[in-house]
Write a protein that binds this ligand. Sequence first.
Ligand SMILES: CC/C=C\CC(=O)SCCNC(=O)CCNC(=O)[C@H](O)C(C)(C)COP(=O)(O)OP(=O)(O)OC[C@H]1O[C@@H](n2cnc3c(N)ncnc32)[C@H](O)[C@@H]1OP(=O)(O)O
Length: 302
Amino acid sequence: MALAVRMRVPCRALLCAGAQLRGAALGRPEWAAGGGDGARRFASLRVLVEPGAEGRVAVMKLKNPPVNSLSLDFLTEFLISLEKLENDKAFRGVVITSDCPNVFSAGLDLREMYGRNPGHYAEYWKAVQELWLRLYLSNLVLVAAINGSCPAGGCLMALTSDVRILSDSPKSVIGLNETLLGIVAPFWFKDTLVNTIGHRASERALQLGLLFPPAEALQVGLVDHVVPEDQVQSMALSVMAHWLAIPDHARQLTKAMMRKATADRLIKQREADIQNFVSFISRDSIQKSLQIYLEKLKQKKG
Ligand SMILES: CC/C=C\CC(=O)SCCNC(=O)CCNC(=O)[C@H](O)C(C)(C)COP(=O)(O)OP(=O)(O)OC[C@H]1O[C@@H](n2cnc3c(N)ncnc32)[C@H](O)[C@@H]1OP(=O)(O)O
């Protein structure tokens, strides 16, 4: 489809540049085939991909310890893994989950947004945009198996999925908490939330930077299921089977119909959005807020 073709070009461009840069930086092979089914099981340093039920479903495990922050290296590796899965016609669905205990993802990596230069902020933001676009417009069925804390960029990632399953644990809070850091969720974070829980609930959640505990997340519609921690994975696979019972072409066209207008808003102004982010995040007042927040995180450890 035209949409899919349009999306692949910028992704490849980003990945080529990103992989070259970061491959060199890592100084070792990024990919390793594993086990007997090496063609289907692959891993990077920060993303583990395993074949799931009947080979039609892959499980992507985020493993960027300690908290799966979405660093530039992580984003690059994740996008490469996702593209591999998109290009392998055997796969129809992906379960996204965390390999780190108690944390799905701590969101955007604060160290990528603090104390760096404008060129770095621009590169980072482009990768964040790419993550959102690729996930939001994915032809695959995406199920987020959220087995831990899921703030900000972690929540954005989960919101791009077709279904969200949250573990019933006090640590498993989810929401766009940007205002608590003194920063503002961009319009496409906001649009994704509004598309999920509606305008009024989003207005309240975004202004207050709410992190919803499981029961409230379910009630507001931020997640579709809350289950005991040890059932998150099995629930994800069972929900996946339900979605895979629908013919792909009909489901994919319907998904595109529901999401294209939202994605197009960013696609039409990607460069302006990058410039906005760079000038916003470079402000002294915003850098100060991030510094204070990072210090608070450190102090929390005592
Ligand atoms: C314009 C739009 C911009 C932004 C959108 C975003 O996504 S901003 C990021 C928002 N994220 C958060 O507010 C989450 C912050 N983190 C936490 O609340 C906790 O870390 C969490 C996820 C609940 C896990 O708690 P836990 O007690 O398990 O870990 P701890 O807090 O001790 O953290 C361990 C180390 O990780 C560092 N860290 C945490 N979050 C981030 C992050 N987002 N980016 C970078 N680094 C992060 C934390 O500072 C600790 O570092 P250390 O050097 O070990 O002290």
